[in-house]
Design a protein around this ligand. Structure first.
Ligand code: NAD
Length: 487
C-alpha cells in the first residue's frame, strides 16, 4: 500500500467536536499547507460561549456516564479499543496529519501514530492498577490517601506533533477518570478531531472528549480561565505558558502542567563514539526540521574532535531528502509557516552578522512551500540569538570546550532546561555530569525518547512545570484526599 496521496483529495472535518459529533463552523483563520504554501482551509474560532458549551457538555457526560466512578477496568477496556481503532485507521489519520502539519506521511503510520496508540494503552493500564494508600498512623487510627479525578480537564496542544500531543493529554486524563476539553493548534486541528471520533466509535461516552478549535488569545484564554475547568494541561512555547499562568492566577486557582520550550545542549567528548554521536545529533536536528521541543540544537564539542564531528554531521545534512509531506519518500520536513521561515532566516543572519561562521546551509530552500536548509553555524559569542533563542528550525550551533567545567558552563542555559545529550565512553564522567546538568531529561550516548513511556518528560527552569508521560502524568490527573479514621 502506498501512503503518498493527492493533497486536494481529502475531505476535512471543519468544525468543533462537541458531545460526540462534529459541530460545523465557518473557517476564519487562514490555513496554509507548509509543503506548498497553498491556502487550503480555514480554522473556526470558538468563543467563550462555545467553550462554555463544551465544558457543560463534558460535565453532563461525566455525570451521566459515571466515567470517573464506575469500575476502573471499564475505562481500560474502552481506551484499549480506542488504541486499536487508531492503529486500524492509521492511513486516514496519517493523511489528515500530513496535509496540515510538517510530519511526512511516511513517518506517521509506524512512528507518531503507532506510538500514540501505545501511549493510550500504557495509560489505560493505570486505571485499575493505581489505587489509594493506607498509611502508617497510631494504633487508634487508620490513615488513607484516596485519589479522585479532577472532573473536566482543559488541554491545549501545539502543532509540531499533533496526534502525539493529543494522545499525551487525552490518554492520562481519560484513564484517570476525567472528561477533557481540548484545543489543538489552529494550524493542525484535523487529526485531533479524527481521533476523537474514533474514541466515540470505540465506546467512549459522547461528551467526554470535546474539541474546540481556535487561537490562543480567544479560545485558549476561555479554556484556561473557565471556572469549571479544574486542571489545565498545556504544551507549547514558554511565552504562551507564562501568559496562561497569569490568566489562571487572574481568574482563579487551579493546578497546571506546562510543557514548554527548550534549547537543548549536546555535549560530545573526544573519547565518544563519534559516528554514533554524529548520527544521533544529526537526527535530532533533522527530524521534523528541528521543530521539536527537545531538538538538540546546541552542539558543544571537545575542541580536538570538533572538525571531525562537524564534517560527519554536514554529510548527513547534505543527504536530507526534502519533499512534500504527502510524498511517502520525503524524509525532511518543511517549516510550519511563512512567518516562522522568515524568523529562522532573521536569527541565522543575525548570528552570522555577529561573527558566527555558517558551515552549512543558512538559507531558505529554493522550492515551493516553506523549506529551510539544514544549517550548522560555529558560534563563539554566547549572546548570539542562535544560542539564546529557541529557533524551532533545522539550525544546529557548534561551540567548543577544553575541559568539563567549560562544557558544563556552555551547556547551562539561562532560560531553558528541557533535555541534554552527553556523548562519552567514560561512565564516571557521564554520571558525574548528569548530576550537574540542569535538564528534565538527559540522554547518554543516544538522543531520543523512543517508546519508553514510563519515563516522564518535562522541563527544568522555564521549560515547564510538571510532567507528561510516565506514572506522573497519570497521577497529575487525579487529586488526593487524606482520610483519618478513629478506630
Ligand atoms: P504556541 O505556544 O504558539 O502554541 C501552542 C498552543 O497554545 C496552540 O494551540 C496555541 O493556539 C495555544 N496558545 C497560544 N497562546 C495561548 C494563550 N495565551 N492561552 C492559551 N492558549 C494559547 O506554540 P507552538 O508554536 O504551537 O509550538 C511550539 C512550541 O511548543 C515550542 O516552544 C516547543 O518547544 C513547544 N513544545 C514543547 C513540548 C514539550 O513537551 N515541552 C512539546 C512540543 C512543543
Amino acid at each position: 500500500m502506498t501512503l503518498s496521496f493527492d493533497p486536494d483529495s481529502l475531505s476535512l472535518p471543519i468544525g468543533h467536536f462537541i458531545g460526540g459529533r462534529l459541530v460545523p463552523a465557518e473557517g476564519v483563520i487562514d490555513m496554509h499547507r507548509p509543503s506548498d504554501g497553498e491556502l487550503y482551509a480555514g480554522c473556526p474560532l470558538a468563543d467563550e460561549v462555545l467553550v462554555d458549551r463544551a465544558v457543560e457538555t463534558a460535565k453532563k457526560a461525566l455525570k451521566a456516564s459515571n466515567w470517573g466512578g464506575a469500575r476502573p477496568r471499564e475505562r481500560t477496556v474502552v481506551l484499549q479499543r480506542w488504541a486499536d481503532l487508531i492503529e486500524k485507521e492509521a492511513g486516514t489519520l496519517a493523511k489528515l496529519e500530513a496535509l496540515s502539519s510538517t510530519r511526512p506521511v511516511g513517518h506517521l503510520v509506524a512512528g507518531d501514530i503507532a506510538v500514540s496508540a501505545e501511549q493510550i494503552r500504557f495509560f489505560a493500564e493505570f486505571a485499575d492498577k493505581e489505587g489509594s494508600d493506607v498509611v502508617p498512623t497510631d494504633d487508634a487510627s487508620l490513615g488513607m490517601i484516596m485519589t479522585e479525578p479532577y472532573g473536566v480537564v482543559g488541554a491545549i496542544t501545539p502543532w509540531n506533533f499533533p496526534v502525539s500531543m493529543a494522545a499525551w493529554k487525552l490518554g492520562p486524563a481519560l484513564a484517570a477518570g476525567n472528561a477533557v476539553v481540548l484545543k489543538p493548534s489552529e494550524m493542525t486541528p484535523f487529526s485531533t478531531i479524527y481521533i476523537s471520533e474514533l474514541a466515540i466509535r470505540a465506546g467512549l461516552p459522547a461528551g467526554l472528549i470535546n474539541i474546540v478549535l481556535g487561537d490562543g488569545p480567544v479560545t485558549g484564554t476561555a479554556i484556561t480561565g473557565h471556572p469549571d475547568i479544574a486542571k489545565v494541561s498545556f504544551t507549547g512555547s514558554t511565552g504562551a505558558g507564562s501568559t496562561i499562568m497569569a490568566n489562571i492566577a487572574r481568574t482563579g486557582v487551579k493546578p497546571m502542567t506546562l510543557e514548554l520550550g527548550g534549547k537543548s545542549p549536546q555535549l560530545v567528548f573526544a573519547d565518544a563514539d563519534l559516528d554514533k554521536a554524529a548520527a544521533a545529533i544529526a537526527q535530532s536536528i533533522l527530524s521534523n526540521a528541528g521543530q521539536a521541543c527537545v531538538a538538540g540544537s546546541r552542539m558543544i564539542v571537545e575542541e580536538s574532535v570538533a572538525a571531525r564531528l562537524a564534517e560527519a554531521i554536514v554529510a548527513r545534512m547534505k543527504a536530507a531528502k526534502a519533499g512534500p509531506t504527502w510524498d511517502e519518500a520525503t524524509e525532511y520536513s518543511p517549516i510550519i509557516s511563512k512567518r516562522q521561515l522568515n524568523r529562522i532566516d532573521g536569527i541565522v543572519e543575525a548570528a552570522v552578522a555577529a561573527g558566527g561562521e555558517c558551515l552549512f546551509g543558512g538559507r531558505q530552500m529554493d522550492a515551493p512551500g516553506y523549506f529551510y536548509q539544514p544549517t550548522l553555524i560555529a558560534v563563539r559569542d554566547g549572546s548570539s540569538p542562535a544560542i539564546t533563542e529557541e529557533i524551532f528550525g533545522p539550525v544546529l550551533t557548534l561551540q567548543t570546550f577544553t575541559d568539563e567545567e567549560e562544557a558544563l558552563a556552555l551547556a547551562d542555559h539561562p532560560t531553558y532546561g528541557l533535555a541534554a545529550g552527553l556523548f562519552t565512553r567514560d561512565l564516571s564522567r557521564a554520571l558525574r555530569l548528569t548530576r550537574r546538568l540542569q535538564a528534565g531529561t538527559v540522554w547518554i550516548n543516544r538522543y531520543s525518547r523512543s517508546r519508553d513511556h514510563i519515563l516522564p518528560t518535562g522541563g527544568y527552569k522555564r521549560s515547564g512545570v510538571g510532567k507528561d508521560l510516565g506514572r506522573e502524568a497519570y497521577q497529575a490527573n487525579r487529586k488526593s484526599k487524606s482520610v483519618l479514621i478513629s478506630l
